[in-house]
Design a binder for this molecule. Sequence first.
Ligand code: MF3
Ligand code: CO
Ligand code: CO
Length: 258
Amino acid sequence: MIIIKNPDQLAKMRSAGHLLYDVLQKVREEIAPGMTTMDLNRITDGLIRKGGGIPTELNYMGYPASICASIDDEVVHGIPSSHVVLKEGSIISIDVTLALHGWQADSAFTAPVGQISPEKEKLIRVTEECFWKGAAMALSGNRIGDISSAVQSHAEANGYGVVRDLTGHGIGQDMHEDPSVPNFGLPGHGAKLRGGMTICIEPMIAMGRWNVHQLSDGWTIVTNDHKPAAHYEHTVAVTPGGLPELLTFPGAVWEGKL
Ligand code: MF3
Ligand code: CO
Ligand code: CO
């Protein structure tokens, strides 16, 4: 069942989203060779709590940390560790969910560690472009498949693989609500979008093939071919008649993104 949010509820989700934006902006600045993913976990956890929020990944289905930190061939759900030291030339995907006054926000990005190859730069750029192309379809009257196919087309036009085992999702008082928002699919298919729906659009794009597997830690998702992957996610509100609102990206500018 898709839960439509009223303006008061959307205002609470906006507050949660804006807190998460501020947190992720600060965390991004901390990414540097020599840092560990546990350092990033500690910093993020502290910033969330300082802002009055709760890190809702911690203990979610037994997940042991407040962020997901996934490096290179790790697609998502990498568990922070004091033994994982960031190395120049790597890319790191950070995915964080928090709750503020009972309402969730979920956002992720992939960033370079120091200088990276042009190939990795392009992967990050195209993954973000996939998000924007999908988000631009999050219009009242469109369908979920319009988002999915926009993401898929742009990734595949660049020769990349679209990870299929994980999807975007609805979000609200729960981290994961209906509907599922796949990054592949057909235009005109799936649930119809309407104002007050809140969804996470989160392309997970692999430089090589899309096939992935889970490590024995029970969480980390890795590409089978061990080529790098990138992730980009925002919490998006469908509006009654206008452009979508990016709840985790205040001041987002559409110009030049489409
Ligand atoms: N933030 C994730 C999502 O985009 C969920 C993370 S799984 C967890 O849906 F175990 F870390 F919570
Ligand atoms: Co997320
Ligand atoms: Co999500």
